[in-house]
Design a protein around this ligand. Structure first.
Ligand SMILES: [Mg+2]
Length: 167
């Protein structure tokens, strides 16, 4: 049961994404959570490093999509300089919106991955939809209240995961 929350790949930040390995696995589309994955939840715009990284991902041939449970205003504003595909109020860990965007992008569950910092939303969502689940450590320890509540349980899941995988 806990396996549904475990990452397939564990990285410290999005900049550690193993792009060649992902390509070899047939991954063509990357779905990014925003808050505390790509930027702190209370920072409105991506910084230069993030914008450059998203450019690089596109150059490397990846389809890039923001997949956030946050509202339209937050997601649209954040996406302005990135010009990625974007889904707001994604309803993670629900998979309805995700599945329809995968289809729209011409991809399948086998050719897409989710990158996120929360096991109960991002990792669970990825596994439910049959996508590769890539976990990043949260950017900072500032969180929305609702997220803060979940972090305690999350820590336990990650501890078990780390013990199993020896990370
Ligand atoms: Mg997040």
């Amino acid at each position: 049961m806990l396996k549904m929350f475990f990452p397939d790949i564990y990285i410290k930040s999005i900049y550690e994404l193993p792009l060649d390995e992902l390509k070899n696995m047939g991954i063509k589309a990357l779905f990014f959570d925003i808050d505390n994955t790509v930027a702190p939840f209370d920072v409105a715009f991506p910084d230069e490093k993030t914008a450059a990284f998203f450019c690089e991902l596109k150059k490397e041939g990846f389809k890039v999509c923001l997949l956030s449970n946050n509202n339209r205003k937050r997601v649209e504003l954040f996406n302005k300089p990135l010009k990625a595909n974007a889904v707001w109020k994604a309803g993670k860990p629900g998979v309805k919106k995700l599945n329809s965007v995968i289809k729209k992008l011409g991809e399948t569950s086998q050719s897409a991955a989710i990158v996120g910092d929360q096991v109960f939303t991002d990792m669970y969502c990825a596994h439910r939809a049959g996508l590769l689940a890539i976990y990043t450590e949260p950017i900072c320890n500032r969180d929305q209240l609702i997220t803060k509540v979940k972090r305690g349980a999350e820590k336990i899941v990650l501890k078990i995961y780390k013990r199993k995988t020896g990370i």
